[in-house]
Structures are given as C-alpha cells and as structure tokens.
Write a protein that binds this ligand. Structure first.
Ligand code: SF4
Length: 366
C-alpha cells in the first residue's frame, strides 16, 4: 500500500459518492508515470463502475516513428557510432528485415552505445569518431539535447537525430479527431508541465470544455486529481487546476522555453501509428542544421504507419483499447521480448500493464 493510505481511502470514497451523480466518465492520463502510479497502486480497482481511467500518448518511446530507428540502425551498421538512451535500445523499426532494432544492430556488429545523458555522448565524441545521438522525448528531455548545441559543446563530428515531440498538440489532436472516444477529463502531465507551465493546458477547459488537472505522481495526487475532475463535471464548470503546484508553476521554466526557441523550430510531426500531428515536433533551426543528422545523412521518413503487423499500440496510446485487448499481450509480446513499441519502455502502457497489473487490488471499505 502507499503513503497517506487513510487519506487516500477517504478521497477514493468521495470519488465513489460523487460518481453516483454522474453518467459514464472517461479520464485520460497523459503521462507514463501517472499510468504507472494508477496501475501499480491499483487505483483502477478503487474506481466506481462509471469512471474509466485510460492511458494517453504519454510515452515518447512508444510514439517515436520507426523510420528514426531504421535510420539509426542503418548508420550503426555502416560504422557510425549511434548513442541512444536505454529505453529506445529495443525499439522495433516495424519492418521485418534484420536488424530491426538498435539492440539487434549491436548484436550484429553495429556501433551502438547506450548513454545516460547527452553529455555522455558529447564527452565520448571528443575522440573525433563520427557519431549520432538519437534524441527521443517530450518537452522534459528536449532541453538536455539542446544545451550542448546552444553552448557550442557538441563537437562537429557529433550530429543529432531529433525526434522530440510536444505534448499539448497531441492532446488537441486526440480531442479533435476521435469523437467516438469522448474524453471527459484529463490528468495533465506533471514532469512536462515543470517545463511548459500549467498555463500550457488552459486551452483544454477553455476551448474543449474538458476539466483538466496538472497532477503529481503520488497515489494521493492522482486520486485528488480524479476527484477534482469529477467535481467539475458535476458542477458543469470545467477549468484548469494545478494540483502539482509544489513542482509546477503557472509559467513553467522560462529558460528552457527560451532554449527551445533558440535552438529549434516547431514543425508538423509524425507520431507512430497515429500520423502527422500539426505543430507537434521540434526540429533544429537553420543555425544548427550542420549538426542535424537528418540533413547530414538524409533520412527516409516513408511509412509513418509503421507499427509491426497486428500491433495495436496506436489504439492503446489513444486510450481506445486496453493492452489486454491486444491478442499478443503477454503471449508473443512481453517486456522481455517486446513485439510492439508500447511494450519496450518502462513508460509504455503495455509494459506497465504487463509488469504491474494486479500488483495491487484495493477493496475499498465503505
Ligand atoms: S501488447 Fe505488444 S503488440 Fe499488443 S499493442 Fe501492446 S505493444 Fe503492440
């Protein structure tokens, strides 16, 4: 069980009581860490029948198009050293040809190295070897990628394959394009909001009438956020609440936001299995093009719909199905041997469900 158990149970009971006044409610959490909290601590089991909690597209590894992986694999096999974070190491290209991931590329002699930070890649590249850093992540990780470029610390032999994505545009996209999947409330991501600020989510209640809470990651944070969303639905007064004010300010990290503007430009971008989402990606600006791996090597971005055949990861990341609805879940697709991208990273919904579903089931006393 978790900290503040008695208080958490009181909040859960308030959720149950309030839900009696409501129709069906579907609340989407955006962040993989929220999904982890909900699944690991059995928060779904505490929900009344008419309150459904679904995961959204909050795992950057899951939505990184396969063509970035394919490009990185090709470079690695040609002898160019590719640096990657560990969570993208097993990410499948989506194609059947071998090697179909950086892990396979390394086992077949490709030059792949796992690093824990961009600065590791920068330091190692000072040996002069031609190298590429595969930069995956949302607004939280993008500043780390951009700092060595901005400060002139990245040697010219190191280029960047930038697959960073922005979170508010995909949330807008989900609400605009899937009317059959109505979302009644959104638990906005905590980590991302430390960078972009709570204000980045104000469009959700204003333009879409969707109650929105920026939430922390303790079970109590998530339960309080759910309760707040239900209250807003009951009262018919959608608004933005920052439940995570101990870490997230209204304006966010202004220095990091300036870094985005200095080093990158916003562009339309592909989300794996989902398609092109307007203004949802970051590309390096002209000043830094020389160290842009896409420019340096030319990247074939064909085939955005590149999930491995039969993988339903896109529907999982859009909150339309549960991982257990996929016939491959825990059969031909497991955390040890992932078939689709949502099973690769510890932030992927399928991976979280595989490791933590059933870890806790809370029988709520009356
Ligand atoms: S269980 Fe595997 S194959 Fe199925 S949706 Fe998830 S990642 Fe894709």
């Amino acid at each position: 069980m978790f900290r503040d158990k008695e208080f958490a149970l009181r909040v859960a009971r308030s959720i149950r009581k309030l839900s009696g006044h409501l129709d069906e409610v579907k609340i989407m959490d955006f962040c993989g860490t929220h999904e982890w909290t909900i699944t690991h601590y059995g928060i779904r089991s505490m929900m009344p029948e008419n309150v459904e909690l679904v995961a959204g597209p909050g795992c950057p590894v899951c939505i990184t198009p396969g063509y970035y992986v394919k490009a990185a694999v090709k470079l690695a096999m040609e002898g160019i050293r590719v640096f990657t974070y560990g969570d993208a190491y097993k990410l499948p290209t989506g194609r059947r040809e071998e090697p179909s991931s950086l892990e396979e590329a390394r086992s077949m002699g490709g030059k792949v190295e796992i690093v824990y930070s961009v600065m590791d890649a920068v330091k190692k590249s000072r040996d002069g070897r031609e190298s590429v850093f595969l930069a995956v992540g949302f607004e939280t990780t993008a500043p780390a990628t951009f700092i060595p470029l901005k400060h002139g610390e990245a040697p010219n032999n190191l280029s960047f394959l930038v697959a960073h994505r922005l979170t508010p545009p995909i949330t807008r996209y989900v609400l605009d394009n899937f009317p059959d999947n109505p979302i009644s409330g959104i638990i906005a991501p905590g980590h991302v909001s430390t960078i972009i600020g709570a204000k980045a989510w104000s469009f959700l209640p204003k333009e879409y009438g969707v109650p929105t809470v920026v939430s922390g990651f303790e079970p109590v944070d998530v339960l309080l956020s759910i309760l707040e969303i239900l209250r807003q639905i009951r009262d018919g007064r959608p608004r933005l609440v920052n439940e995570y004010s101990r870490a997230v300010s209204w304006d966010g990290n202004l220095q990091a936001q300036k870094l985005f503007r200095d080093v990158a430009q916003v562009s339309d971008a592909v989300w794996r299995g989902i398609g092109v989402v307007p203004e949802s990606g970051l590309i390096l600006s002209e000043v830094y093009k020389e160290q842009d791996a896409e420019t340096r090597y030319g990247i074939d971005d064909e085939g955005w719909d590149d999930l491995p055949p039969g993988c339903r990861c896109a529907q999982v990341t859009l909150g339309m199905i549960k991982p257990t609805d996929c016939p491959m879940f825990m059969k031909s697709c497991t955390p040890e041997s992932p078939y689709g991208p949502c099973m690769v990273s510890s932030e992927g919904t399928c991976n979280i469900w595989a490791k933590h579903s059933g870890a806790s089931v809370i029988n709520l006393p009356n």
